[in-house]
Design a protein around this ligand. Structure first.
Ligand code: FAD
Ligand code: SF4
Length: 437
């Protein structure tokens, strides 16, 4: 539900492997300064409770695990790294290479997108046209099932319960003692010592809020009232840029990003990133341009190239996930820091026009296009202003961890999945699990 109690259909998918099953596999790191306090004209992006150097080794590990292909030396905003990319960057198809040339002519520095697809020698990826937004039927996309869950299950130490929805964390005083829920219509309850919630930014917050009890009247780990607040989702816009003179025959389009404005738009403040997305077909455009005939959309798609313009949004206590009286998830959301996005969008359009794209259509992300949501159970060092400690452990409930995009104190302006994975490895490695109980 939105703030006015209207239902909407969010871009959230329930799968083993979570939303990485359908994600676009773009796996960049955040930059050093994304984890530091950053001032914008209309607000502040707060510092994280750890620095880039603390998570950097885990970025290297998750890149290895998720078979990330990339290269260094092209991107003016790239952060330092202690290990090279595990695999070389994806080749650009000729249409993309020509566009890169036109961007370079403008003094820009297009760089290869860090991608998680299995294009290792002998790898299973066939570079098809339905990567972004679809599960991979060849198991070649580096998603959390293929790279994380399946290998874990193969060890024999991990069991996955499918079709199981957790409805409640059962607590005794300041401990979680069980999770309770329903599987295939039957109730289940699982007891344990340590509990890790990874339901995604909306569902993790909803689970904590929905597990209120006499000991936790406002929800688990929520005596501050912070659970669910500071919902962020990036300021995103899709652009379809049309050059009627060039037919776009690309199959796998998502190989380039422009990060020249990431740190500075020329006015001393960050702008964000501009990235190619997977090639959009006419039938995909039809879901938004419902009144335009399909043959017309197909003609446009033949000559268009699609981009994502992404800038940072800022945490606000008013942007939040709550449960209404019927137990439904309600999202209160107003755009923040949008002046930066407007500037980056305008600059992007100018660049694309100069590169020969005379027609530009845009789709600004609304409340339903929330694929990059984060920040509802934030990590910090001060229990008065955060729910989790820097290792994602609840300040108030020592055997509860929330390890997903909820912990982000700020959103940066890069795709979130690699950072979620890196922090998961950091938590796994640095918490003394045998002492958690
Ligand atoms: C179409 C699309 C494209 C994207 N492209 C990119 C990209 O290119 N790069 C990038 O970095 N990011 C991308 N993202 C975003 C990325 O997928 C998410 O940031 C990431 O998956 C979030 O991870 P998470 O662990 O927070 O939650 P999720 O991936 O949402 O995982 C949550 C899991 O918990 C389960 N769950 C939720 N509630 C319950 C419950 N009550 N009981 C039991 N299970 C529950 C869900 O079924 C799901 O399996 C994309 C997302 C989408 C939708
Ligand atoms: S085969 Fe297609 S869907 Fe699978 S990883 Fe490669 S490009 Fe993506």
């Amino acid at each position: 539900m939105d703030d006015d109690g209207r239902e909407f259909s969010p871009g959230v998918h329930y799968l083993v492997g979570g939303n990485t099953k359908v994600y676009g596999s773009s796996l960049p790191r955040l930059r050093e300064e994304d984890l530091e306090r950053t001032e914008y004209p209309s607000g502040v992006s707060p510092a994280w409770p750890f620095r880039y150097a603390d998570i950097e080794p885990y970025y290297g590990q998750i890149e290895e695990l998720f078979r990330v292909h990339g290269t260094t030396g092209e991107d003016p905003s790239e952060p330092w790294r202690s290990s090279p990319f595990p695999y070389p960057a994806l080749e650009h198809e000729p249409y993309v290479a020509e566009t890169i040339r036109r961007l370079c002519d403008q003094g820009l520095h297009p760089s290869s997108t860090a991608m998680g697809v299995d294009l290792r020698p002998g790898g299973a990826c066939i570079r098809c046209s339905t990567c972004d937004g679809f599960p991979c039927r060849l198991g070649a996309k580096s998603d959390a099932q293929t790279c994380g869950i399946d290998p874990a299950v193969a060890t024999g130490h991990v069991r996955v319960l499918t079709n199981a929805k957790v409805d409640r964390l059962v607590t005794e005083k300041d401990r979680v003692v069980a999770v309770a829920g329903e599987r295939d219509g039957e109730p289940f309850r699982i007891t344990g010592g340590a509990f890790v919630v990874s339901g995604g930014a909306a569902n993790s917050a909803a689970l904590l809020l929905g597990s209120a009890s006499d000991d936790h009247p406002d929800g688990v780990a929520n005596s501050t009232g912070l659970v669910g607040r500071n919902y962020m989702v990036h300021n995103n816009t899709h652009i379809a840029a049309v050059d009627p003179r060039r037919k776009n025959d690309v199959v796998f389009q998502k190989t380039v990003a422009v990060n020249d404005f990431y740190r500075d738009m020329g006015d001393g403040f960050p702008g964000g990133t501009i990235q190619l997305i997977g090639k959009v077909q006419g039938s995909m455009m039809k879901t938004h341009a419902t009144k335009v005939p399909l043959p017309v959309l197909n003609r446009i798609a033949e000559r268009s190239m699609e981009w994502l313009v992404m800038s940072e949004d800022l945490p606000s206590p008013h942007n939040r996930v709550t449960l209404n009286k019927n137990g439904q998830i309600q999202v209160s959301w107003r755009r923040t820091n949008y002046d930066r996005h407007e500037l980056l969008l305008a600059r992007t359009k100018k660049i694309l026009r100069t590169a020969g794209y005379v027609g530009i259509a845009e789709q600004r992300f609304d409340i339903a296009l929330n694929s990059h949501m984060c920040g509802t159970v934030v990590a910090g060092t001060d229990p008065a202003t955060s729910v989790l400690d820097p290792w994602c452990r609840a300040h108030e409930v020592p055997n509860l961890f929330v390890v997903d995009s909820s912990f982000f104190p700020s959103s940066g302006a890069q795709n979130p999945a690699l950072t979620i994975g890196a922090q998961a490895l950091r938590v796994a490695a640095e918490v003394e699990w045998e002492r958690v109980d």
